[in-house]
Design a protein around this ligand. Structure first.
Ligand code: FAD
Ligand code: NDP
Length: 655
């Protein structure tokens, strides 16, 4: 029988049966993984009471002697126009945009406070072997046009990504603008002076110890990142493990041998190495361990979705003539890529990047799509929408699982490596080496069937009553969820924030939930801007999101200063902010597909999947939503706003 649209009725029935059994499998697999302790199953390294676990969070790369020998960029009692928290790509992009907007004119106008011992953020802290960006470097690396840099490969190494941060620092003369090894701990708006008072703790290393500084800023911009707080699961006995142990974000080359430049991990020769975790980090690390260790044990709770990668060297000719061939090429390339991820590519549209990401339109379930419109928050419409994105993901899911059968020779291992959840539940990964590594006889998958590692002993790890003796344990167990604290910038950053009248931003969030104007500023906290997570649009290319946000923050400041003819006090009104929250609320139903997810950091380890009994709490959560139409339509909304006169924002000259 053939249906009116030309499809065969039997095919439709077969698809429907497959779809139903797939959803049942997804539900079964997810239900194995929900835990009552949610996010509290982890401890942040910095908060661990056990000294060994706590010290795993230290900075392995800092050169205290070199930094102590330099004249400090920031003086106690110093007054600066702009203070940026965070020396990662976000902080650097924002600094460059402030400079390019002509807002930085005096040597005391700009300072950056960074907890690490150097610039780079993610690419400073993470130096594990195998580290690369997972978004094409031509799209991901910031300010490529301005720096005139050609990435060596389609996917750059962590080292090359850090060097790009250093290139930006050199080009915009930011070398003497940062205070490294320093954390902002507390910031208070002074209603009298109309400045931010910032409390900073600098760690000058074992010789000189810590010192406290108090500084002032007219504008305080927080670019503290999304995945910056490494954590480990509270596995009983972990601190007593007898071998060497470290977290991937603080790779210990003293143990493994080699270095960031030379990834010869000769220190692992003859060693039994265990790795806990199979997320995007482990996908890159495991093939490197496999090259050197005698035995590798991969402890898996949930498998990643691993698609083809297609790494290749950049062809200078192609770069010149087809990629970086005109002004504005990077933005055009990003936009082309976005349309595929946002399920908005037109039929026949060229696919400039042609990577694995562009084959997953269902990823739009978490980053939005103009194709879906705004989903009405009725059970019927929500069900329809969730069904639609699940359908969109069926073929990809089947391909990913089929690829495992093609690559992994041992059928039991292949079966255990199969991910049973839709693509948007965890960051999809891309590798042409990870699955292949399981064909080596010395690489062993220890699948915990969704339960995780039971415990650790002095000798190794225990799963299902069996002890696996290990010499070295790599903790590839990720970071505190970026959604922690319902997007509250104080919670995300670990600082205390007090605005007008001394009001803590925690109290504001507690009362209302997420409260921002355009995702980057909050009423009652004048001249305070922050890197967005919710109430903004997101791209799978985080640098794109950071650039869009930086343009917007800089616009507020530039236009306000032009209006008042000097330093300004910029504060969105309550009404404008509530109006913006309504926009997020209106779009919340678009992200209902997260409720079918297996736990992970996107759902606060399953805490977001639980229906809240209290409707007020549910409303608060819904305010965290992101722009459901995706980043390109969002950009238009911001541009339209910027053509106006800073509507919804109180602007006054600084007293
Ligand atoms: P970060 O790079 O995290 O920088 C924030 C900085 O703020 C940190 O250096 C931190 O030390 C500092 N800081 C935080 N709190 C304080 C405080 N209180 N005081 C002082 N300093 C503070 N995204 C992609 O799109 N593509 C990728 O390929 C990709 N790969 C990644 C790989 C890894 C291993 C990780 C962990 C993340 C990856 N990401 C990727 C996400 C990545 O974090 C972003 O792409 C981007 O680099 C974030 O830049 P950022 O400046 O916002 O944050
Ligand atoms: P993840 O949070 O993605 O992974 C942590 C891993 O640890 C998961 O596999 C988790 O299992 C596992 N785990 C946690 N507790 C236990 C336990 N008790 N027993 C066994 N396993 C456990 O962290 P990553 O560092 O891998 O990645 C974080 C993010 O950083 C990525 O999502 C991505 O955005 C970014 N990134 C990007 C990379 C790139 O390619 N450029 C590389 C690295 C990271 P479970 O899934 O069941 O929770």
């Amino acid at each position: 029988m053939t249906t009116s649209d030309g499809t065969n009725g039997a095919d439709v029935e077969a698809f429907q049966a497959k779809f139903a059994s797939l959803q049942q499998k997804y539900t079964e697999e997810a239900s194995k993984r929900f835990r009552p302790d949610g996010t509290s199953q982890y401890v942040n390294l910095a908060d661990a009471r056990n000294a060994r676990i706590h010290d795993l969070g230290g900075d392995p790369w800092v050169d205290h002697a070199a930094l102590n020998a330099k004249t400090s960029a920031v003086k106690d009692g110093g007054k600066y126009k702009f203070v940026i928290l965070g020396g990662g790509y976000g902080g650097l992009i924002t600094a460059v945009k402030l400079i390019e907007a002509g807002l930085v004119n005096d040597s005391n106008d700009l300072r950056i406070i960074e907890a690490g011992g150097g610039y780079g953020g993610t690419w400073y802290w993470n130096r594990y072997p195998g580290l690369h960006c997972d978004v094409e470097s031509y799209l991901y690396m910031p300010l490529l046009e301005e720096t005139g840099y050609m990435p060596k490969h389609k996917y750059s190494t962590g080292l090359e990504l850090r060097k790009q941060a250093e290139r930006i620092v050199a080009k915009w003369d930011l070398n003497d603008k940062a205070l490294f090894r320093s954390e902002v701990t507390d910031c208070r708006w002074s209603d009298e002076e109309e400045v931010w008072n910032l409390a900073v703790k600098e760690d000058r290393g074992p010789e000189e110890g810590k010192r406290s500084l108090n500084i002032q800023a007219n504008y305080f911009l927080v670019l503290s990142g999304v995945l910056t707080i490494p954590h480990v699961p509270k596995i009983s006995g972990l601190e007593g493990f007898g071998g060497a142990m470290f977290h991937t974000s603080r790779w210990n080359y003293n143990v493994t041998g080699g270095s960031e430049e030379d990834q010869t991990l000769a220190g692992l020769e003859g060693k039994k190495v265990g790795i806990i975790g199979t997320g995007a980090t482990a996908i890159q690390v495991v093939p490197q361990l496999a090259k050197w260790a005698k035995e590798v044990y991969v402890f898996q709770r949930t498998p990643s979705s691993v698609t083809w990668r297609g790494q290749k060297e950049t062809d200078p000719e192609e770069w010149k003539t087809k990629i970086a061939h005109k002004k504005g090429w990077q933005q055009e390339r990003r936009a082309n890529w976005d349309t595929f991820l946002n399920y908005a590519a037109k039929p026949g549209q060229p696919n400039m990047v042609g990577d694995g990401w562009t084959e997953m339109p269902a990823y739009s379930a978490v980053i939005g799509s103009p194709t879906f419109g705004i989903v009405e928050p009725t059970p019927e419409k929500i069900g329809e929408h969730v069904g639609r994105v699940l359908m969109l993901d069926v073929e990809r899911g089947e391909k990913v699982r089929g690829r495992i059968d093609e690559i992994v020779k041992d059928p039991k291992t292949a079966a255990a490596l199969k991910p049973w959840y839709p693509v948007w539940c965890k960051r999809p990964t891309f590798s042409d080496e990870y699955l292949q590594a399981f064909n080596f006889p010395h690489v062993h998958l220890v699948d915990t069937n969704g339960k995780g590692v039971d415990s650790a002993t002095t000798e190794g790890l225990v799963v299902d009553g069996k002890e696996y003796p290990l010499d070295v344990l790599v903790l590839s167990t990720g970071y505190r969820s970026p959604g922690y604290g319902a997007l509250n910038p104080a919670k995300r950053t670990g600082i205390k924030i007090y605005g007008r009248g001394g009001r803590s931003i925690d109290d504001k969030w507690e009362e209302k939930g997420a409260s921002t104007f355009h995702g980057v500023t909050s009423s009652g906290y004048p001249n305070f801007f922050f890197g967005p997570f919710g109430q903004f649009a997101q791209s799978a290319n985080n640098v794109e999101t950071l650039e869009v946000a930086a343009d917007h923050m800089v616009h507020f400041i530039k236009k306000a200063e032009e209006k008042v003819g000097g330093l300004a006090v910029i504060d969105p009104t309550n009404e404008a902010e509530e109006g913006w929250a309504m926009e997020a609320l209106k779009r919340a139903a678009n992200f209902a597909a997260l409720t079918v997810c297996t736990p992970g950091y996107l759902t606060l380890e399953g805490e977001l999947n639980k229906p809240d009994e209290d409707p007020a709490e549910m409303m608060k959560k819904a305010r965290m939503g992101i722009w459901s139409e995706g980043i390109l339509p969002f950009l238009k909304v911001l541009e339209e706003y910027r053509a106006g006169d800073l509507v919804g924002v109180d602007i006054a000259p600084r007293k």
